[in-house]
Ligand binder design. Structure first.
Ligand code: Q46
Ligand code: ZN
Ligand code: ZN
Length: 312
């Protein structure tokens, strides 16, 4: 197998692009695809102050690495979720990467700063772990970006993630979510601009990018992801992709080009009428935002346990 560009030995074959690449042309391919997504969807410019949401996994570290190489001023934001060894290890990878690249890493520790971890928050709020986690992360990412004066918040969602979410939204005709499923959400109502520069690159490519770039990342999946419906959607799409390479990219990117705008109105309506949370000031449709309600439930559920322990 030879590199399509230079004929040196290739390290990866990309069937949907009908190409093979050596390590250096693969790295260039990933950078080019990222820059193409940034340009195509007007995500940001090198003048922007960029904050990357970093989990310690391959996608977030890869996008951070690529943005730094493309000349963006990108800081990282890591949130300690209190998910046992998984959180300890993922923090170590995020710190190691930041140190190696000499980049700023902002850290927030959910248990230390807000008094609960994701397993507790999920039990107390009677939400699935990923729902309590997603709500907490979204709130803290938004707040850190706005407080830190960042122009744009970057997440490492890749093509596989976005295609799986789209698949789920289509299966259930979640038209409001379809209206919001764009790789750029403009800044408004106290939310920062949010962008997903990896939407043209798949999961396998991001793992390969980290390997050829010498980036260590947490390989284990989050233990709380078990039962997450998106894993099933990804598997179903991978099965289709196996026999028809390129279908996944076509499904998602053609949705953006041909159909997304038809649902934009519904998303607009749901974002109108936002007020400010009376406790934290974040944009909210209710007097107290969902995050502050989660904090309240999770911490009041914790207190009696601590009191019992102290008294015993
Ligand atoms: S960290 Fe959180 Fe993910 Fe773990 S609990 Fe679910 S959402 S799976 S990206
Ligand atoms: Zn080459
Ligand atoms: Zn609030």
């Amino acid at each position: 197998m030879k590199c399509t560009v230079c004929r040196e030995p290739a390290v990866i074959d990309l069937r949907r692009h009908n190409s093979n690449f050596c390590a250096s042309h693969f790295t260039k391919f990933c950078r080019d695809q990222t820059q193409k997504a940034i340009d195509e969807f007007d995500m940001m410019t090198p003048a922007d102050k960029v904050l990357v949401a970093v989990s310690g996994g391959k996608d977030s570290l890869a996008v951070w690495d690529i943005l730094l190489d493309l000349g963006y001023a990108a800081s990282g934001l890591y949130i300690g979720l209190g998910i046992g060894d998984y959180s300890d290890e993922s923090k170590r990878y995020a710190r190691e990467f930041a140190e190696r690249r000499g980049a700023e890493l902002i850290e927030i520790d959910l248990p230390a700063e807000y008094g609960y971890d994701i397993p507790e928050g999920s039990r107390a709020a009677r939400r699935a772990p990923c729902s309590a986690c997603g709500l907490s992360k979204r709130h803290l990412f938004d707040q850190a970006a706005v407080d830190g004066g960042f122009d744009v918040l970057v997440t490492g969602h890749n093509l596989d993630d976005e295609a799986a979410v789209l698949f789920g939204n289509v299966l259930h005709w979640q038209t409001e979510y379809l209206g919001r499923q764009h790789p750029v959400l403009p800044a408004r109502h106290g939310f920062p601009r949010k962008v997903k520069p990896l939407v043209r690159l798949g999961e396998r490519e991001m793992a390969a990018y980290c390997i050829v770039s010498g980036i260590d990342y947490i390989v284990d999946e989050c233990p709380m992801a078990v039962g997450n419906k998106h894993i099933g959607y990804k598997n179903a799409l991978n099965e289709i992709e196996r026999t028809s390479p390129g279908t996944k990219a076509d499904f998602y990117l053609s949705f953006l080009r041909k159909a997304a705008s038809r649902f934009a109105g519904e998303a607009e309506e749901s974002r109108d009428g936002l007020g400010a949370c009376e406790r934290c000031g974040a944009p909210s449709t209710a007097d107290v935002c969902a995050f502050c309600r989660l904090v309240e439930r999770a911490t009041s559920a914790r207190q009696p346990v601590e009191l019992t322990r102290k008294g015993s």
